[in-house]
Design a protein around this ligand. Structure first.
Ligand code: NAD
Ligand code: IPM
Ligand code: MN
Length: 367
């Protein structure tokens, strides 16, 4: 049987820097755990625009549809700010999500013990935190029609449409309940049913899906209250399920519970393929971080934890995923810190590659 295939799309800014460290980890699994992958690499975002004039070439899209998993770094950056909207780097990422139909975006926020002191919140608020945000990823206001900038009388109007079908809500909700069954059996659904019809439908459909999971405790929260509760008492949550835009915002918010946006991984999953594996793309939650790009300062952990999610969700290698997560926990406990994980007390931060060195050494030590 051939090796499982991975398409790597490093992208822009710090994307290639953090992905370099993931490639080392992938090579390590091939060399030390007899877990070899067929890896190919291609362009996305601004890098694809520079080469092809589009943020995702059709050939790259076709490859993404064929592989067992896609790993993506980050896209975007100031160099591309003035491009026409249709070819902006972010459109490449959105096309991947939409055409692969990756409707369930899993964004776990876990606070590693070693970083509990570092969060901007009090230690007892975040210590031991382990929540999972399930963000619907292929619909809602990101994709709803009508959209655009139109002339209206003597001025322009910008329009985006929040639109959800019952089946779109249902499949995202089902993912959340399935995850909750393997966790602490709690789902909190967040919308704005007090002001949005799409929120009313969201609440109705999630409630209906919940009837299939009587063991799971379901609650509903308005998303603005949810944002407040996430920083007030985040440990009240187990699984949060929410729409595309609220999920985008709430997951960045959850990032700071873990200490840094450089820590948060994600898995975007679709329907099972013929081989039984879900269509999948794995990417850190953070962006291309133009302010630190090219300086070797980026934290590679979010991207590495995204590969751990690939091991777990695409390759059925939960033990090996746990090995990588444990290696990361170990180096953090030993005091390894990139700049984003350093407090006002200072110290000399590790470079991206040095953090990679430390994690590879911890992987070696795990054997
Ligand atoms: P960002 O996530 O790139 O950066 C926000 C802040 O977090 C910056 O100060 C950055 O230095 C820091 N940061 C992020 N990741 C880090 C890491 N791994 N290590 C250390 N520090 C890190 O968000 P932004 O500045 O709003 O966006 C920059 C560009 O990235 C934009 O073009 C945006 O559209 C794009 N973006 C892409 C993705 C993606 O590819 N999935 C996600 C978010 C933003
Ligand atoms: C994310 C990003 C993307 C989003 C952008 C870059 C399209 O912010 O993955 O969280 O808004 O979904
Ligand atoms: Mn985001």
């Amino acid at each position: 049987m051939s090796n499982p295939s991975i398409l790597i799309l490093p992208g822009d800014g710090i994307g290639p820097e953090v992905m370099d460290q993931v490639v080392r980890v992938i090579d390590w699994y091939g060399a030390k755990r007899d877990l070899a992958f067929d890896v190919s690499t291609d362009l996305v975002g601004g890098a694809a625009y520079d080469a092809h004039g589009v943020p995702l070439h059709d050939d790259t899209m076709a490859k993404a549809q064929e592989v067992d998993a896609v790993l993506l770094g980050a896209v975007g950056g100031p160099k591309y700010d003035d491009l026409d909207f249709s070819v902006k780097p972010e459109r490449g990422l959105l096309r991947l999500r939409k055409e692969m139909d990756l409707f369930a975006n899993l964004r776990p926020a876990q606070c590693f013990d070693a970083l509990a002191d570092f969060s901007s919140l009090k230690k007892d608020v975040v210590a031991g935190l382990d929540i999972m945000i399930v963000r619907e990823l292929t619909s809602g206001v990101y994709f709803g029609e009508p959209r655009g900038i139109f002339e209206e009388g003597n001025e322009r109007v910008g329009i985006n449409t929040q639109r959800y079908t019952e089946s779109e809500i249902e499949r995202a909700a089902r993912s959340a309940f399935e995850l909750a069954m393997r966790r602490n059996k709690k789902v909190c659904s967040m919308e704005k049913a007090n002001v949005m019809e799409s929120g009313i439908l969201w609440r109705e459909v999630v409630t209906k899906v919940g009837e299939d999971y009587p063991e799971v405790e379901l609650s509903h929260m308005y998303a603005d209250n949810g944002a407040m509760q996430l920083v007030r008492a985040p440990k009240q949550f187990d699984v949060i399920v929410t729409d595309n835009l609220f999920g985008d915002i709430l997951s960045d918010c959850a990032a700071m519970l873990t200490g840094s946006l450089g820590m948060l991984p994600s898995a975007s999953l679709g329907a099972p393929m013929a081989n039984g594996r879900p269509k999948a793309m794995y990417e850190p939650v953070h962006g291309s971080a133009p302010d630190i790009a090219g300086q070797g300062k980026a934290n590679p952990i979010a991207c590495m934890l995204s590969f751990a999610m690939a091991l777990r969700y695409s390759f059925d290698q939960g033990d090996e995923a746990a090995r990588l997560e444990q290696a990361i926990e170990t180096v953090l406990a030993d005091g390894a810190r990139t700049g984003d994980l350093m407090g006002p007390e200072g110290g000399t931060p590790l470079s991206t590659a040095e953090m990679g060195d430390a994690i590879l050494a911890a992987l070696d030590a795990s054997l």
